[in-house]
Design a protein. Sequence first.
Length: 112
Amino acid sequence: MLFERLTFETVNGDTYIEEGIELLFISGHTLGGQSVAIETNKGKAIITGLCYVNENINPPPEVCERLTVIPCRIHGDALRTCDSLLRISKAADIVIPLHEATFIDLDKIPEV
């Protein structure tokens, strides 16, 4: 019942949706995971699609000397998780971590 009026399309790898919107293959935390990249007037925003918070992509200063990103403890593949986080951090002007607690009571994502 929940899905009876929906149409699904299987995609593999990075996938162009339409101008300014694409799916990115972001594997590691969940094998076969995806993030959504959206071109905005403030730059490329990426909704991570991973179980992450801001500190995973932007580690605190005392950690940055040793780690560029911090993968979560639960993942399907630790190396792919790190690669995916690095890809997101390099490609995005705006990162929207899927589990960021500061977004919990917001009606919309704040302007950068």
